[in-house]
Structures are given as structure tokens and as C-alpha cells.
Design a protein around this ligand. Structure first.
Ligand SMILES: *Cc1c(COP(=O)(O)O)cnc(C)c1O
Length: 466
């Protein structure tokens, strides 16, 4: 087909074109093709516009990634200049280029502790695969090749490639594309509201962390390479751990000489009010992955930050690490990520999230939705939050299985100019970090209305079922 001017096409024509050839990720493509995808046309700041001209407040920053907001033309300028100078060259065969070298230094300037060594990849999933291969190879270099089991958590998300799927704890993903990669074990997630029973938050946090120790002893400390976890579980529904959780995890990893890996793909670059989520919880990982906020989503790029202990083992080992990607350190992506981090520093965005807009957002969320008849519990930190929707606040009982309250709420939001994501019966917010107070006010004004509409919808469904 010849080049199309999309703005000249009507919505239905684009939907038909999309349905004809485009298979969507994490989607029932057959059902979507019948209904037609919503076509997003342009964006500015925290707003999107669809092809029908609707203005939508993006409460999810795209897919958690558009930290610095849409419409940053300076990134386009940087990308254009880099594309004209050197659009591509690899970093495999003893070559490098300034954007990759500069970005590595810039990332190292914001990572905590000795996470000073940077390995580039193209996506969060590739960063996780890099970590899986790297920690196993690390123990081989240390002449302990039997130390190769990775421990992760139920309901964790670590990407959708083979390694990340196996490492993650998403049942729906494990059920497809079997068999999974071997050498992975899962422990419980620190989801106090949903799974804490009668325990206090603190006691439950300790209990969940101690599940790591139990698992280590079960499989044998000599067989465990690393524990991998998101500081705050994102795609799992924004599960904020109790304060007692991370220090105990840290203690256990040290006790059994197990590498601690933080998957910072969502938490990294300011989301929780610090550069990285591990800082919010006071732990120092041996390695960490980062992706989404790294370039504010403007171009695909990811990285693994590696501490001295692991990096020096590779550096002193005098052999190749047989791993990498065609687009590792891609110069255009690297140049844009560099500009993104520099802009974050210039605009003091981390401080803004920690001391200004983050607390404002969390307070407003509590004030607006905390007492809503649908709200069971709110988890939140910085500029990320998850709201558990329940049928009965006292018993925490959910809705009958045929009432998908999350999807009902998500649809009301979309119809009313707000993007909120549903993970099961949890509603998720993760807006661009640059959101203003007035925009937060607007977000919750809309969210309140949509919660009311959702409440009315589910009451109608419940009444009809009787
Ligand atoms: C999104 C995500 C990934 C995967 O990143 P992709 O770029 O989609 O491959 C990995 N880990 C976490 C915590 C994520 O949120």
C-alpha cells in the first residue's frame, strides 16, 4: 500500500487497516479486530488525543515509561542530529561511540553505591535476560557453576521473553509457550492487603521475606545464584511492600551469599521519589535492570547496572562474555536517553516527585477515593499507586467472577478522558512525573466520577443477577 496520511483517514479506515495485518501484544486479537482498536493520534505533556478528537489524561505515562511527558521536542532534535551523524554502529567488535560511552557514565552518576558498570540492551526483557545469563556466568567464573537457581516471586513481572516469562510469576504467561526455562523458583509476594490475613503489616513483611530463607534452605544455599525482585511490583498491581520486607531480604541474601537483583524497569528514574526504587527501601543491589523511564519511552533502550563485585569478576576473567544484542548501546537511543537524564537533573524531577507532586498525588488519592464504596485499600508511593476494588470493604470480598470490575472501571475511564490501567480488580495509576498539581486535581476529579459510574454499573449487574 502506498503511503497514507493518517490524519486524512477516518477512524474506521485505520481500524480496518490495523485489524487486517496487525497482531497486538497481550491482546485477544480476534475480539479486538471485531471491535476496532482505539487510535491514538498525538500527545502533549500529560495528554493524548485519539482520532475522534478526544483529549485524554494519560494516568499511566504510556506503559509506565513517559516520565518527562510527551512533546519534548528537544529529544527529537537530539535524535535527528545523531541520526544524521551516526545512525547506527555496533559495540561488539572492539568499537564504541560517544553516545554509548557518555550514557554509561551518566547512568553511573545516578545509580547508588558501586553500580558503576553498564551493559546496554534494547528492552526491559533483554535486560532481564542479560541478568539471568550474567549472574549464572558470574558463579561459573567463581568456580561454582552449581549456583545457578534464580529465585523470584509470584505475580512478579520481568518481561515477556523466555527468560523473563519464566522468572516472572504470572500464571497466565506460564500457561502459554511451555515448557518454561528451568532453574527458577518462586516465593510469595509481599501483598499485605490481599494475603496478609490477621498479621500486622510489619509481621507480614518479615514473614514474606523469610519465605526466601525457607526456599534457599529447601533448594540448598550452594545452588542459588540470585534473588530477583521489583522494589514495588508494577504490572502485578502496584504491590508496595511493608517497610520490614526489604531489609530482611537484604540480610538473607548476604547471609547465604546470594546476589540481590532489583528489577528497576518501572521503579527506576524517579517513579518512587528517588532515582531508583532500591533507594526508597534502603537496599543496595548487586545488579539492577532499567528501561522504561531511561529514555522516557521516546526510543527503545535498556541497561543493566552492575556493581564492582560482579563486574570486576568479568573484567579480570580474561574471556569473552558471549552475550549481547545488535542494538546494545544504539547511538540514537543512547543520545536520547542521555538527553532525558540530563533533563531530569535540570528540572529536578526526582526532588519534585519526592517532596512535592508525589505527596500531593498520594494525599489527593486518599482524599478522593479512600472512602469510596469500591475502594478496599490503596497502595502507593511516589507517583505510582494501586487501588484494590472490592464488593465488601469489611470482608475484602471481591465481585462474582462474571463481573470484571477492573475492566468496567477502565472502560468508564477511557470514555471520560482518563487512562487508568486495570490489573484484575486493581486499578493502577502511574502518571508522567512532570504532572502538575492542577493536572492531578483533574485526574482525581475524573477518577472519582469513573469510580461512581463503575459502582452504578456493578450494582446494576448485581441486581440483574438476582
Ligand atoms: C515492562 C517491564 C519489563 C519488560 O520490559 P520490556 O521493555 O517490555 O521488555 C521487565 N521488568 C519490569 C519490572 C517491567 O515493568
Amino acid at each position: 500500500m502506498s503511503q497514507q496520511n493518517t490524519s486524512a483517514m477516518d477512524t474506521q479506515a485505520i481500524q480496518t487497516l490495523d485489524a487486517a495485518h496487525h497482531m497486538h501484544p497481550f491482546t485477544n486479537t480476534g475480539a479486538l479486530n471485531k471491535k476496532g482498536a482505539r487510535i491514538i493520534e498525538k500527545a502533549e505533556g500529560v495528554y493524548l488525543w485519539d482520532s475522534e478528537g478526544n483529549k485524554i489524561l494519560d494516568g499511566m505515562a504510556g506503559l509506565w515509561c513517559v516520565a518527562m511527558g510527551y512533546g519534548r521536542t528537544e529529544f527529537a532534535d537530539v535524535a535527528k542530529a545523531q541520526m544524521n551523524e551516526l545512525p547506527y554502529y555496533n559495540t561488539f567488535f572492539q568499537t564504541s561511540h560517544l553516545p554509548a560511552a557518555e550514557l554509561a557514565k551518566e547512568i553511573a552518576s545516578v545509580t547508588p553505591g558501586d553500580l558503576n558498570h553498564i551493559f546496554f540492551a534494547g528492552s526491559g526483557s533483554e535486560a532481564i535476560d542479560t541478568i539471568i545469563r550474567m549472574v549464572r556466568q558470574y558463579w561459573c567464573i567463581k568456580k561454582k557453576p552449581y549456583k545457578n537457581i534464580l529465585i523470584s516471586r509470584e505475580n512478579a513481572y520481568h518481561g515477556s521473553n523466555i527468560g523473563g516469562t519464566a522468572l516472572g510469576g504470572m500464571g497466565g504467561m506460564h500457561a502459554q509457550g511451555m515448557p518454561m526455562m528451568p532453574g527458577v523458583e518462586h516465593i510469595c509476594q509481599p501483598y499485605w492487603y490481599g494475603e496478609g490475613g490477621d498479621l500486622s503489616e510489619e509481621a507480614f513483611g518479615l514473614k514474606c521475606a523469610q519465605a526466601l530463607e525457607t526456599k534457599i534452605l529447601e533448594v540448598g544455599p550452594d545452588n542459588v545464584a540470585a534473588f530477583v525482585a521489583e522494589p514495588v511490583q508494577g504490572a502485578g498491581g502496584v504491590i508496595v511492600p511493608p517497610d520490614s520486607y526489604w531489609p530482611e531480604i537484604d540480610r538473607i541474601c548476604k547471609k547465604y551469599d546470594i546476589l540481590l537483583v532489583c528489577d528497576e524497569v518501572i521503579c527506576g528514574f524517579g517513579r518512587t521519589g528517588n532515582w531508583f526504587g532500591c533507594e526508597t527501601y534502603g537496599v543496595q543491589p548487586d545488579l539492577m535492570s532499567m528501561a522504561k523511564g531511561l529514555s522516557s519511552g521516546y526510543l527503545p533502550i535498556s541497561a543493566v547496572a552492575i556493581g564492582d563485585r560482579v563486574a570486576n569478576a568479568f573484567i579480570e576473567h580474561d574471556d569473552d562474555f558471549n552475550h549481547g544484542f545488535t542494538y546494545s548501546g544504539h547511538p540514537v537511543s543512547a543520545a536520547v536517553a542521555l538527553a532525558n537524564i540530563q533533563l531530569m537533573k535540570k528540572e529536578n524531577i526526582i526532588d519534585y516527585v519526592k517532596n512535592d507532586i508525589g505527596p500531593y498525588f498520594q494525599q489527593k488519592l486518599q482524599d478522593t477515593l479512600g472512602d469510596h464504596p469500591l475502594t478496599g485499600h490503596i497502595d502507593g508511593v511516589g507517583l505510582v499507586a494501586g487501588i484494590a476494588l472490592v464488593h465488601n470493604k469489611d470482608t475484602k470480598e471481591g465481585f462474582p467472577e462474571d463481573i470484571d470490575v477492573g475492566l468496567i472501571c477502565r472502560d468508564h475511564c477511557f470514555e471520560n478522558g482518563l487512562i487508568m490501567r486495570a490489573t484484575g480488580s486493581r486499578m493502577i495509576l502511574s502518571p508522567p512525573l512532570v504532572i502538575s498539581r492542577a493536572e492531578v486535581d483533574e485526574l482525581f476529579e475524573k477518577a472519582k466520577k469513573c469510580f461512581d459510574l463503575t459502582h452504578a454499573s456493578v450494582n446494576t449487574l448485581l441486581a440483574n443477577a438476582e
